[in-house]
Design a protein around this ligand. Sequence first.
Ligand code: SF4
Length: 267
Amino acid sequence: MSEHWEIYADWNPWHGCTKISPGCKYCYVYRQDTMYSNERSSSECRKTANFNLPVKRKRDKSWKLAGGKLVFTCFTSDFLLRDADPWRPECWQMMKQRSDLWFYFFTKRIDRFMECVPADWGDGYPNVIVGCTVENQEMADYRLPIFLSLPIQHKSIIASPLISAINLTQYLDETIEEVSVGGESGVEARPCNYDWVLSLREQCVARGIPFRFHQTGAHFIKYGKMYRVKRCHQLSQAHKANIDYKIGKYLVPETVKFEWKESDYHD
Ligand code: SF4
């Protein structure tokens, strides 16, 4: 996969977040801040120096972020965090202006979505993909009915960190473009059971919905045995399981039309 990393970019307009659900318990933002001895509290949300990255230009006036990239947006916070309400309108404007980029954000605050979108949102900006995060059945049952009702052109479900078995069947309609599953990382990570992963895969295959197993997590149970997986191997070990379904070689939802062919998919 490494030869394709150039199509990805990160944009973190703000940093810091507050914990709101069980999946937040060992939040990687907090862990990374501790690791890098960040003196400011992880719960204190602040704008970053890269706030306007999508509209930054190089000396030759070309965009710093070349067109066609998939931009992972706000991965050191939650894009719908209330503390960021004053800054978000400007972000929407940048997303709209850079219609040549795809912006992909995950959120645990999907219940705030309609109070966060701009006036011209309509059916959704075509270049914005929203991932609704669910870590257990309770959160799936709360967030996904809301998610399904929202005007968003590209929707994915992020079952991560997966901390229990989840039945998504009733939520897998034709508007869901991908289900992406992963275990928790970090020394205190709660275990992820491969049976839960396979069950989610089965549910997706039954509905023809693209499925991706993106990381094992640090404590991975497979066929009754617990494995400790180093951070550096968690993505590659998941990939080696070779259970992705209808995912292209660029590891993005099926509807993101980069230049790939039908032959890039495997069942
Ligand atoms: S919502 Fe995401 S970024 Fe915010 S505390 Fe929870 S896990 Fe961390």
